[in-house]
Design a binder for this molecule. Sequence first.
Ligand code: ADP
Length: 501
Amino acid sequence: MHGKLNILIVSSEMYPYAKVGGLGDVVSSLPATLKKFGHDVRVVIPRYGSIDIEKSAASVRLESMGVWMGNMEEWCAVFETKSPADVPVYMIEHTHYFDREGLYHDNAMNDYDDNPRRFAFFTRAALQLCKDIGFKPDIVHANDWQTALAPAYLKVWHWNDPVLGGAASLLTIHNVAYQGIYSKEHYDYIGLGWQNFNPEALETYGQVNFLKGGIHFADVVTAVSPTFSKEITSAHGGFGLAPYLSNKGENLMGILNGIDYETWDPSKDPNLPAHFSSKNMKGKRDCKAHLQKSFDLNVDENVALIGAIGRFVDQKGFNLIAEAIEGILNDMHVQFVILGSGESGLQEYFGNLPVRYSGRAGSYIGFDAQRAHLIEAGCDFFLMPSLFEPCGLNQMYSMRYGTLPVVRATGGLEDTVLQYNEATGEGTGFKFSEPNAWALYYTVGLAVATYYDRPAHIKKMKKMAMSMDFSWEKSANKYVEAYNKAIAHKRITDKHSRYYW
Ligand code: ADP
């Protein structure tokens, strides 16, 4: 048994204060679970202009805190609040850097030019805060490129500091496509020493690369699923970082995200017209009928209903769905519901589909959480043909709601979905490998044939899917293991006095 840890999580997002994607959800659920385990876990985020201090019940913790950057001192204030799960949350306020319309870019989707300075400053401020309030972390947990420099600052600046000198570091990669690569003109400000500006540590072809630096300096790196962690070390993976990730050896680990069991529970989900569980599935039939009605589909309990939800971007494979869907509608007895938004061509295509396949295809273009819950509950199958998928949440939601996922076997999709076994009727979904419309078409074909020809198998699969454990408890335990591994790794490297200044 390991003891209780002091854990500092540094992140650019945390639900419900600031969220753009899955990172915000993880940084909300993981600390809540770690706190339940008894650890002293605290989170630091920027105080963005969009965060309502009053609504967040935050109060001033430090009126002014000095933060040394490489070539100047910055000043900021710090707010403190408690998350809904009672986790202390600190918000670093620097109005020039964070009082803006977006987190990373303006409304026209242009990245802010000073992002390297904004997030280098934020990361250093998060560490400085520990010194100013006397919080002595055993582990500093950084997330994605925005805070990836935390391990570097610890090793370069704070190695013999009485508060921070004992802290090991862990970096989680939620998406390796965004690395934070910027002109070296910012490097003096970032302040990590020109001796560390080399291709092994912080440099990529003459530019500074935040994520690469984090990978180099972190004691342990985690990726958000075991298969994703393998993919990013393979020859063509990792968006250029594969060799550096491979170098981490066993200090690179894959840990699946959990899902929020409170929000996604078919036995009490307030977004549904009826409730159900693996013991009593009647409510799922009512959800199906309600879903069909609300999307103007023919109400029919016995037709295979297939759903898809997500961002209309390349990564999510909606182009493959668009290529295959009419073949499927023409050749198979099925219905589709599509919910999503993104690329305009895809919005137009899926927006018009119900006109051309009246009663058999329904769509809603936009973001709508309630519809998302209804689709997960009312469908028989959930389609997710992602080209790559670090972890993915929707496939886990759908299994919990007894809706069988049809997915491409990549990243977290490969790890969470168990392939259908025609001989035994076991499995939780249907997987294919090739990223093309034919593979998608044939795999939907297998799912639909199973639905009509082997209903006992479908019933068995639904039960199995609903009994899978995607709870945060399981994932948070793995993070604790990873934290302890990082602490052990730091002890060993400290003995060899690997200091960087
Ligand atoms: P990613 O984080 O890459 O977008 P995930 O599957 O990990 O993909 O998570 C997507 C989350 O966003 C899920 O909770 C999903 O239900 C939700 N979502 C995506 N698009 C929509 C939409 N148009 N309406 C409602 N919810 C959506």
